[in-house]
Design a protein around this ligand. Structure first.
Ligand code: IMP
Length: 199
């Protein structure tokens, strides 16, 4: 069995990545399970910088192939904020609810036409002699009120284009067909398959 280490402490991301990859031949474990107890730094200015920083740190600590996800929400009216600060939008230890409330307050009663946004996900894979980066995005709008309790983060506020339900109202299997994370992982899959076939 091959081991892939996820360079994240976010349990929601771990669950989603395991479900989307759905590969019984790869044992997917977290950095903590691999013995990396330090908090992973993510102080870069872009999703790319942060993803690479996290994957490199875990690869250096373990010597094992590492995959990092850095993701967030970009709202056009807010000049692409919260962006890389999505997890800490309302403060360093903010809850999802606090972040969502801050976003709703900032958008106020803005018309739907001006509430356009996109989720972005950049994934970095680092292993011996390899550094690969892929990205995925999902466009939609931010509703005026949360709907649904599935998923995490901004899911209850985000309605993807072409759908009448938010990510928070969708079954996980449905979110995984169109999410930014699923799209990035679809691009990363061949990289992982090639790497694990080679070793
Ligand atoms: P990171 O750990 O810095 O990559 O933070 C990612 C943050 O972006 C999360 O804490 C959420 O606030 C937001 N985010 C990323 N992906 C999703 C998603 O799939 N649904 C909802 N929120 C997300």
């Amino acid at each position: 069995m091959q081991t892939l280490i996820l360079a994240t402490g976010n349990e929601h991301k771990v669950t989603e990545i395991r479900e989307i990859l759905n590969d019984p031949s790869i044992d997917i474990i977290t950095a903590r399970e691999a013995g990396v107890s330090d908090k992973l730094r993510e102080d870069g200015n872009s999703f790319e910088d942060n993803a690479l920083q996290k994957a490199r740190a875990v690869y250096q600590a373990t010597g094992k192939p590492s995959l990092a996800d850095d993701s967030g929400l970009e709202v056009y009216f807010l000049n692409h904020r919260p962006g890389v600060r999505s997890a800490r939008y309302a403060g360093d230890n903010a809850t999802d609810e606090e972040n969502n409330n801050k976003l709703l307050n900032e958008l106020g009663a803005l018309s739907f036409r001006r509430r356009t946004a996109k989720f972005c996900c950049v994934m970095a894979f680092v292993a011996d002699g390899i550094e690969e980066i892929v990205e995925g995005e999902c466009r939609g709008i931010i509703l005026e009120q949360p709907r649904g309790t599935n998923g995490f983060g901004y899911d209850p506020l985000f309605k993807p284009d072409g759908y009448d339900r938010t990510f928070g109202e969708m079954a996980v299997s449905e979110k995984h067909k169109l999410s930014h994370r699923a799209r990035a992982l679809q691009k990363m899959k061949p990289v992982l398959e090639k790497y694990f076939r080679r070793i």
